[in-house]
Design a protein around this ligand. Sequence first.
Ligand code: SF4
Length: 518
Amino acid sequence: MVDVVLTTDRTMMTNHHGKEFLGFGTTGVPVIMPERFWFYLFAPRVRTDGDGRPREAPYGLRKIEAALLDAGIDAAIVDPSHLDDAVKGARVIMLSHHDYFGFGPPSSTFATLFEAEPLNARSFRHLMESAPMRDAKKRGVKIIAGGPAAWQWRYREEDRRRWGIDTVVEGEGERIAVDLARRALKGEPLPEWVVMPPNEAPGIDEIPLIKGPAVNGMVEIMRGCPRGCKFCSVTLRPLRHIPLERIEKEILINKRGGLKGTILHSEDVLLYGAKGVKPEGEKVYKVNVVAKRHMKIISWSHLSVAALVYAERNGRWISRIMDEVVLQGGQRFLGVEVGVETGSERLTRLIMPAKAAPYPPEEWRELVIEAAGIMEDNRILPAMTLIAGLPEESEEDVLRTIELVDDLWDFRGLIVPLFFVPMGMLSDRDWFRKHRMSDVHMELLKRCLTHGIRQSKSILKEYFSDSPILSRLISPFLHLFIWEIERYAKKYGFWSEPDTHCILGDAVEGAEPPMVNT
Ligand code: SF4
């Protein structure tokens, strides 16, 4: 038993079968299949030791755990299914989440379309209403919530009070976590809200090294992003590049924990070590060499279209990194998330003028298409995100985005449309909701769904090619899942291919909409 228990719900405390991409499934609304089947597919339990300590834990929780341990505080991460015993002796519980209430872009898109609570929000609610959490609260245990979704508590004051959350911490938590834990352990009063401003973000030396393996071997290589997109909260944070020696130490911690792959995490992996928005290919090459020295499989969390094109045009760095490093040792592809957001040059200029830098925003579409070609040639398999309902978006802008999807029709990757969520410099704007969707928005969603179903079928085989056992256990169900979605999409008029235009509501006569499982 420890003084401080760090935990979160099942959709976070999972390794998604070692396939980070499957984590997207936890943002969905459990329709078509029963909820337990969604957990089986997208959020299986992780292995734990006898005390309920997970073999892999979310990277953010690992960082806070490390800060507490370095300060001499008795703390441990505990899997939510083992809280019964763990919280009996605890005096503080610390929570973290990417999406406590399903307000993040993917979850809120599903939530508004299906008018139901997404899996991650349900799962977190179940955690907070579970017997161990309620008992802990009755005993006076202090609860502190933080992480990237801390802002969501501002919309859920009632839940915060009902569940007895003593403090919410917004912003990077390493500096404040120790202070709050000490105050709680001494029985001192805690502030209800702590907002860590960007100028108080920890310096590189204040960011502790993780003490145990992170989910899917994640290792942070950089914090912040210089592009300044108006809808993004990351952009407000200062830029920090983590030195190679520290990166290697964390990779080794993951390796010693039994992991064979790593996810290099940055808002733009290709800007690692760069002074501005022009990648320095050699530094990106080196960080991948270090990762490959210890790990069989490398993934990147995010990359930007413009950096990818620049790096390839100036020194063929993408081809070199992929051929000479990443694809060595039997790795078949590299997964990554890529923010495309819009196909409209006009909107690019207005909302994310530096997204195309060092190229002008007018070239955005061409850059995206060129990037898709570079990725396809180099076996990079991306999930490209789009944003629907951006402020100042016109119907013409959405049509340009649909045209871009059509241009990418045969491109191997997923295109994921998300509804605008007010964040960053646009945090005072309105959420984009279903009732504000126009016919062209619906067409965009249908087009992306059709593209996704088509591509998923061919990607799945490759996606599990490095793990034959997992392939036998999981991929038949995923095929069934995709097949069911296709059947529903066709039945309810959500199937849309280039040069076709389905009109809203042209579902098969007499058909019932899919049911939400409870
Ligand atoms: S490029 Fe990505 S991380 Fe950077 S500011 Fe834009 S949306 Fe945010």
